[in-house]
Design a binder for this molecule. Structure first.
Ligand SMILES: [Zn+2]
Ligand SMILES: [Zn+2]
Length: 58
């Protein structure tokens, strides 16, 4: 088995561990990029920026 690749939080750039229950969401603007956000960033409502279209959310 190769190393498990962890998704990275779009806001804080931290890897999201499987037990952290991060959420996966498509960009609300372009829908072409799927982001991961960690629970902490959701709770803090941290901003994120779509690397494709530059949309800044939440
Ligand atoms: Zn985060
Ligand atoms: Zn986008």
């Amino acid at each position: 088995m190769s190393e498990l690749e962890l998704p990275v939080c779009i806001s804080c750039k931290e890897p999201i561990l499987p037990d952290q229950k991060g959420v996966k969401l498509p960009c609300p603007n372009c829908g072409e990029v799927v982001f991961w956000r960690c629970r902490k960033c959701r709770e803090l409502v941290n901003n994120y920026k779509c690397p494709k279209c530059g949309f800044i959310g939440p």
